[in-house]
Structures are given as C-alpha cells and as structure tokens.
Design a protein around this ligand. Structure first.
Ligand code: MN
Length: 246
C-alpha cells in the first residue's frame, strides 16, 4: 500500500513525524506537507504564485503552499507512483464540529477524496500523546474497506490526549457545533496602529451524546464521515415555494 501523508501544522510538526514512523510499519509513505504552519487554511488553493516542492534528504517533500495545495499537487501530476490512501495529521488540537470548516487537516483529506478511496483526517485533543493517535490510525487502516465510504467522503478522527491503554473505545459520531468564537484580540503595534488576532474557537454548544465532542470528552475516539455536499436538502422545498410565491 502507498500512503500520501500531509498535514496543516507543517512538515516539521511532531504529529506528522510520529504518524509517519508508525505508518511506515504498514505501508510505503510519502510526505508532501506545507513548509510551515498553515493551520485553519481550510481548502484554499494557491493560484497567484507557483508552488515549489522541495525534496528533503529523507525523500519527502515540503511545499510553499497550503495543505490542499500539497495533496492537489501530489495527486495531480507531481508524484508518479500510485497512491492508495491519503492520511492527514496528526493535528495538534481537535477538529470537532464546525472546526471542520476551517481545518487544513480535514481539507487535505478532502482534497484526496477524488481517489475514490478512503481519506483520513486525524487530530489529537492536545499535544502530548501523538503516539496514541498514531497507533489508532494504524489499527484502523488494515480494516478499512474501500467500499465503506462514498468516493466523495472522508473520515474525520479525533483522539483524546491520553495513553493508549486509557482510551475507552471508538464511537461513530455526528458533528456537534460550537458557540460563536471569542472576540478578536486587539493590540497595538510599535507604531501605535491597532492590530487584531483571531481569538480562540467558541465553546462546545451542541455537545450532547452522539456528537464528536461528547465522545472525545469522555475518553473515546470519535469517527465521523464527512461529505462535500453541504446542501441543506430539507430547506430546498421551502426556498422553491418562496421563489414561486414572489
Ligand atoms: Mn493544525
């Protein structure tokens, strides 16, 4: 099996390096990852400047682009060999609920969905037990059937930041959602101009049983299938009725 591995925290992040070591026990792994932290890049592609992949001493690549750029490039003409699976992570921090809209980790997996094979995004609820998340991904990969998911879906995995032995199990979950994000943080630069930092994400709001938030908070790994089609089907009829009544 040939795995393309990427992330959004950048090539040098501990999460991707830990995962690469474990995945290489199962498969041939090629890393194509951003050359710096591109967290919250979502699915953005770089259109206004060229991408310059740089081959590293270990045979992997880092790119002056986003996570989606990396996977897009790798699968659309840059890598010559066949790829069977795209894995993205391990992200430093969860990607639960509406985090998936902003996440570069999830976006890299979504960019791999065109393969028609499972693509996996994996995130850790902290920055300590990357080894736990890596072991869980490696437990799951041999059990993944290519028929399990539609070609336009990925699976989003979130892992509690605990030793492997303390993980209670794995739950298939729906996405919860968060309250509005905290206010932006205002500061002044040395010249007295106002500058702003994006603040922390909102607290979990829909985090009841069955959500990804609930599973991870209670020591379970959450697995959520994510689809690209964001159409709100129940609202289509109401919208059509409204148009026709005008
Ligand atoms: Mn990140």
């Amino acid at each position: 099996m040939n795995i393309l591995l990427s992330n959004d925290d950048g090539y040098h992040a501990e999460g991707i390096q830990t995962l690469a070591v474990e995945l290489r026990k199962l498969a041939d792994v090629t890393i194509v990852a951003p050359d710096r932290n591109r967290s919250a890049a979502s699915g953005s592609l770089t259109l206004v400047e060229p991408l310059r992949p740089r081959r590293l001493d270990d045979g992997n690549y880092c790119v002056n682009g986003t996570p989606a750029d990396c996977v897009h490039l790798a699968l659309n003409g840059f890598l010559s060999g066949r790829i069977d699976l795209v894995v993205s992570g391990i992200n430093a921090g969860v990607n639960l609920g509406d985090d998936v809209l902003y996440s570069g980790t999830v976006a890299a997996a979504l960019e791999g969905r065109h393969l028609g094979l499972p693509a996996i995004a994996v995130s850790l609820d902290g920055r300590q037990h990357y080894d736990t998340a890596a072991r869980i991904v490696c437990d799951l990969i041999p059990k993944l059937h290519t028929q399990l998911l539609n070609p336009r879906e990925i699976i989003n995995i979130n892992v509690p930041d605990l030793p492997y032995e303390q993980i209670k199990g794995i739950k298939v979950c729906r996405l919860g959602y968060r309250e509005s994000a905290a206010e932006v943080i205002k500061q002044q630069d040395p010249r007295g101009e106002n500058i702003y930092w994006i603040g922390p994400a909102g607290l979990p709001k829909d985090a009841c049983e069955g959500t990804d938030f609930d599973a991870v908070a209670n020591g379970y790994v959450s697995i959520t299938p994510i689809q690209v089609d964001m159409t709100s089907y129940p609202s289509m009829k109401a919208l059509q009725d409204w148009l026709e009544s005008e």
